[in-house]
Design a protein around this ligand. Structure first.
Ligand code: FUC
Length: 767
């Protein structure tokens, strides 16, 4: 209790200081959009309460202050460091808008609408409604801000922009620019103001706007980074200046409503592909209150849906366009010395950032990671040089990576196989032959070359990776599960790729022979547990956050109850040993792992736990903020609804008792299928499957052989019954198949631990 009072006072003091003692009256209603994060107070802290916008390359955090608005912004390419120095991801700059004399406002609301990717601040003064809107446009490549009111001549403020590397802003007319140089890169940002009515003037380092009807503010920003030139530099500083200026001018020449509608149309093309409905209702209380209630045991399935869609929103905000993966914080970062340099971390974090990409129908966004892998493995020299330095061919890397190919801290040689899983999955979901031929296969083959030269034969005649490490604990040993399971996945997928492309027959024969000799990394220990190390039993009290020995369960595919119950049971024993608690990304990983073990209730208890590991703005908690937990949870929720890693559609594989009815549309499955599911305990349950490429469709569900399949014309399809639980049928491209009469049951695995972790958490919180 005392602790709570102290915390309350601290927040109050921070709030008053940060916002220059502002008074809020009234209570704003919920916004019109259902999928929105919203609050009745301004943000008090960048990490925990400001709201993110982004277009995949640039982004900003909006605070929504009343007498002072603060917009902090980033560009994904703004890094110190070089090809030989790690450096760090950087904060770009801060924009401040000072609103003179505004201290008391009514019905304040700050929101982030996930349905149109617009953040809004609104409040009333003397019956006049003031509205600020913020979005980051992909098509126009700028951040757009608009201040307006229901009256005329009401908008007055001072605008300033600060460079986080101490460059002095330059002001001219209605523009403020900052520009400078880091270790390698040059950067520049320009903010332009366009007022309707009123006047503007330059006052020192500020532009003052007086009595405007409305003002549109455009921010363009960039660096001269180029991922494929030998220097990692593209244009020079002078050309960058021209480009950033031109981008701003182009956007500023458009009307606000044009910029806004173009942004919404573009964003919704992606966002609207997938919807999730858990029979939830639109909340009437702000997101912070809803989250607090949820975390104290008042469950609300809306927050599950919001968190699922927030992951998709954050992907669209941080992983589009530029061939660079989202980093540890996506692209949002307010520090020049961020935790782990906000780098590209190869031993779980960057991979997890892309787990939702294919399955939640954002496949194009996967290119920001896959193109980076291709560039670094095939175009740039550093990863190949690293393989050479170990005496092998192909390519590999260490754990911490900057954007200039520099890699350090602990070898992570099997990361090449893990990265290749992403290339293969993009193919498996899209069946894009060009991608497989020109991008994925050459990179996969080169990673195989690395292992073909590196593997050694152990005393049992098995091929093992020597001197490997299980991130991030234990000693180095030969043949640890992490490396073996990943190499097994790489070889299996590369063989399949060469068969699909009908290429490299003799190379494939050799790879098949090596695969037959490869230790697959699935070893069962003395307690029936899936082992982490080949020669030593695991410590059952070890609670390490990394699930490095579970690669074959998730994100891989070699362990499944559908393949071998003994191995699946071993994974379960080891998962129980490992425990449920952990950082948000570790929790997220466990959601998918339990989903793969078909235990919906355990998976859902971890979804609930994941929600406790969030800040008020629903950023996931490392701590501090690390975005992988957001993406991993979105992926985990999807795995509860649909899995296709075995090339069969496992529909509703891990639906918990807490979701007795619901519907989801637009999930993707391997084989280029788009899937909608509508479930209802004890009543009708249907699946709708759109075939994008005319592949054979295999469906797995309990007693699915009793279901009915119809094509888009309503004709009944005669399917092949593989078993009572598995059917398949041929499809034609662009046809939609409806499966009805599915006898739905929630997925409660035998011995499921119902809400175990959640109860534990509550007990701890109460104590
Ligand atoms: C991995 C984790 C750490 C942290 C870091 C960024 O190495 O083991 O906990 O998340 O990434």
């Amino acid at each position: 209790m005392k602790k709570n009072l102290f915390y309350f006072l601290l927040v109050l003091i921070t709030f008053c200081t940060a916002t220059k003692a502002q008074t809020l009256t009234g209570q704003a209603n919920a916004p019109a959009a259902k999928l929105a994060l919203w609050y009745r107070t301004p943000a008090t802290d960048w990490m925990t309460s400001a709201l993110p916008i982004g277009n995949g390359r640039i982004g900003a955090m909006i605070f929504g202050g009343i007498s002072q608005e603060h917009v902090q912004f980033n560009d994904k390419t703004l890094w110190t460091g070089s090809k030989t120095v790690r450096g760090a991801y950087q904060n770009f700059g801060d924009i401040y808008f000072d609103f003179p004399n505004i201290t008391t406002v009514a019905n304040y609301r700050r929101q982030l609408d996930l349905e149109n990717a617009i953040s809004t601040v609104s409040y009333e003064i003397n019956g006049v409604t003031y509205t600020r809107e913020y979005f980051c446009s992909y098509p126009d490549n700028v951040i757009v801000m608009r201040f307006s009111s229901t009256g005329s001549g009401n908008i007055s403020f001072d605008a300033s922009m600060q460079d986080t590397h101490s460059a002095t802003p330059t002001l001219a007319g209605k523009k403020i620019s900052i520009a400078g140089n880091l270790t390698l890169l040059s950067y520049e940002a320009t903010m332009s103001l366009n007022n309707d009515g009123g006047t503007t003037s330059i006052n020192g380092d500020k532009i003052s706007v007086n009595n405007a009807n409305s003002v549109t503010i455009i921010l363009s920003a960039g660096t001269n980074y180029d991922p494929v030139t030998s220097t990692y530099l593209g244009v020079n500083a002078a050309q960058l200046h021209t480009n950033v200026g031109a981008q701003n001018d182009l956007a500023a020449a458009k009307t606000y409503s044009n910029l806004r509608s173009t942004h919404i149309a573009d964003y919704q093309t992606f966002f609207n592909r997938t919807s999730l409905n858990l029979n939830d209702t639109k909340p009437t209380i702000p997101t912070n209150e809803l989250r607090t209630a949820y975390n104290s045991g008042i469950y609300n399935s809306f927050l599950d849906v919001l968190y699922f869609q927030y992951g998709r929103y954050l992907m669209l905000g941080s992983a589009r366009g530029m061939a660079l993966p989202s980093n540890l914080q996506g692209l949002w970062c307010n520090s020049n010395t961020p935790p782990w340099q906000a780098d590209i971390h190869s031993n779980i974090n960057v991979e997890m950032n892309y787990w939702p990409a294919e399955i939640t129908n954002l496949s194009e966004l996967h290119a920001t990671f896959n193109d980076y892998i291709y560039n670094e493995a095939m175009v740039q020299p550093s990863w190949r040089a690293m393989a050479t330095s170990t005496g092998n061919s192909g390519w590999t890397m260490k754990t911490q990576n900057n954007i200039f190919g520099y890699s350090d801290w602990e070898w992570n040689q099997p990361a090449n196989a893990w990265y290749c899983m992403h290339l293969w999955q993009h193919y498996a979901f899209t069946l894009d032959q060009d991608f497989l031929t020109n991008k994925a296969y050459p990179v996969m083959k080169s990673a195989c070359d690395f292992w073909l030269s590196r593997l050694i034969t152990d005393s049992n005649g098995k091929l093992v990776a020597p001197n490997e490490w299980s991130p991030e604990h234990g000693p180095r040993e030969n043949g640890i599960a992490y490396a073996q399971q990943l190499i097994w996945d790489l070889f299996t997928n590369t063989i399949k790729a060469s068969e699909t492309l009908n290429t490299d027959a003799s190379y494939r024969t050799n790879l098949q022979a090596k695969l037959a000799l490869l230790d697959n990394g699935i070893v069962i220990g003395s307690r029936g547990q899936l082992r982490e190390w080949k020669t030593r039993d695991d410590d059952p009290t070890e609670k390490h956050r990394h699930l490095s020995n579970f690669m074959a369960l998730y994100p891989g595919k070699a362990i499944s109850p559908l393949i071998d119950q003994t191995n699946a049971d071993a994974a379960k024993v080891a998962l129980i040993d490992r425990g449920d608690s952990g950082q948000s990304w570790s929790t997220a990983w466990k959601i998918s792992a339990w989903s793969r073990l078909l235990d919906g209730n355990h998976a859902h208890s971890l979804v609930k736990y994941a929600l406790t590991e969030t800040y008020e703005n629903l950023f996931s908690v490392g701590p501090p903020f690390q975005i992988d937990g957001n993406f991993g949870t979105t992926a985990g929720i999807t795995e509860m609804l649909l899995q296709s890693h075995l090339n069969k559609l496992q529909i509703l594989p891990a639906v918990p008792t807490t979701w007795p009815t619901g519907s989801v549309s637009g999930l993707k499955a391997m084989g280029n299928f788009t899937v909608g599911l509508n479930w209802n305990s004890g009543s009708t349950t249907t699946a709708t499957i759109y075939s994008g490429s005319g592949s054979k469709c295999t469906i797995y569900y309990k007693n699915i052989a009793n279901a009915t399949v119809k094509d888009g014309n309503g004709n009944t399809i005669t399917f092949n019954t593989v078993s009572p639980n598995e059917i398949d049928f041929p499809t034609t491209t662009s046809n939609t198949y409806t499966i009805s009469n599915i006898n739905f049951q929630v997925a409660i695995a035998p011995n499921a631990i119902e809400d175990g972790i959640y109860k534990l958490y509550l007990e701890e919180a109460i104590r």
